[in-house]
Ligand binder design. Sequence first.
Ligand SMILES: [Zn+2]
Length: 259
Amino acid sequence: MDSLYLILFFLFGLCFGSFFCVVGTRLGRDESFLKGRSHCDICNHPLFWYDMIPLISFLLQKGKCRYCKASIFPLSFFIELFTGLLFMISYYSFGFSSSLLIALLAVSLTMIVITSDLLYFIIPDEVLLFFSICFLIVQFFRLGPVDTLLQLGSGLLLFLVMYGLLCLGNLLFKKESLGGGDVKLLFVIGLVLNPFLGLISIFLASFIALPISLVLYYFKREKMIPFGPFLLLSFLLLFFSKITTEDIVQFILSISFKL
Ligand SMILES: [Zn+2]
């Protein structure tokens, strides 16, 4: 494993992370991310290249806008850092392979959705469409036409399962429990994971989200938390761990035998 490549992937990740944050924020506000200069959200002062160096600008300016001294929400710092780390881990785990492309796409999707869903409770359709097409193209070259069709079926199946859960949740809680974006997100996840692992990702996401939502409710009376980031974190966990359906079945069997 060439350490130079690890560093390069980390640096690429930092720059892409900065871009993902802009995409997530602007699409979440229904703005174009291609037009318009970056500016401070508080004083509207245009930002120059030296205000936008990933990680460094935030640290040098101590998390404050250079012009109005307002505190900058540290989300962009963390998105940049984690994109850098996860790009590096992607290369470390998969080397130069077609799986590396899937990993990089999955990390990119996760970072954009975390930004838009945390800030605006929105998972933009154009993001889901873009990544669906990318995943299908990579899968076509990675798996061939038949297995790509199977992945498409997996996506549709998981979409239907999540839609069922949404209807059930609405019925039980008499209000919107999940967003439409979460349902569509499962379709995209299904293009990579098989239906069984997709179901596990929903289960895992709920498992991680429940304690966090209880803590947020206890301290901040926060009743709604976005579910998309949890779904995507579970998706990344399952994909990077390279866990298979057989591994999970074996694990469940070994537990039930002990009981
Ligand atoms: Zn400012």
